[in-house]
Design a binder for this molecule. Structure first.
Ligand code: SF4
Length: 215
């Protein structure tokens, strides 16, 4: 079996190498709840901008709602942490995005469809980072225990070859009580927590579940 890499330790090594410098970092964020603890962690070490690039989300009203929750959270975070986190929002193109997911529509969550979904959002976000002079790029998706942090970090490492001007910031935000902290912050900020991951396939799977299992 393949040895798992502790990407939280890798993150700490990168931070140590900064020697107190606070470079510009672009963080791909999928929603408000998943941004909570990662933003707190990143803000201590970087000049952070977040990019909401998530055309996977279906239907559009859910996309709009998740963005609004993020926007409100970032605005309150900036006040509470004396921060200046900026937000970049890209166009919503669900039909186009879904063409890439459709061949894997029958896959269970966490399978091949999700790898395509992680990669596409990270690739296009990292391209934005390179075009706009960010020194680092990361994604907050590793906060989720439902997402494959090993795969996400490998995708990020691969993309740093495609976009050589940007350094990929490894992460496993759920580690070291990160997931616990995220839960506490969601409660503190009363954030809406969605009942499904995002795409139309996860939405349809959610509709089929008994109501009590929608958490
Ligand atoms: S379940 Fe989540 S990660 Fe997987 S394809 Fe759907 S939106 Fe993307």
């Amino acid at each position: 079996m393949e040895n798992k890499i502790n990407y939280h330790k890798e993150a700490l090594k990168i931070i140590e190498g900064l020697k107190g410098r606070k470079p510009r970092l672009l963080a791909h964020v999928c929603c408000g709840p998943c941004s909570t603890y990662p933003l707190k962690f990143l803000h201590d070490h970087f000049d952070v901008t977040v990019i909401f690039h998530n055309s996977n989300i279906y239907p559009e009203r859910e996309y709009v709602r998740r963005y609004q929750v993020l926007e409100e959270f970032v605005s309150r975070f900036n006040i509470d942490f004396s921060a200046d986190v900026k937000i970049v929002k890209t166009a919503y193109e669900n039909d186009e995005f879904n063409k890439h997911l459709a061949p894997f529509g029958d896959e269970p969550e966490g399978g091949a469809r999700c790898l395509v979904c992680y990669r596409k959002r990270m690739d296009e976000s990292m391209k934005y980072a390179e075009e706009n002079g960010y020194e680092f790029f990361t994604t907050v998706m590793t906060i989720s225990p439902h997402k494959d942090s090993q795969a996400i970090n490998k995708i990020g490492q691969g993309l740093s070859k495609k976009y050589p001007k940007v350094k990929y910031f490894h992460s496993d935000f759920k580690k070291s009580d990160g997931f616990l902290e995220a839960g506490k912050m969601c409660q503190k900020y009363c954030l809406y927590r969605q009942a499904y991951c995002g795409c139309r396939y996860s939405y349809e799977a959610m509709l089929k579940r008994p109501p009590t299992s929608n958490k």
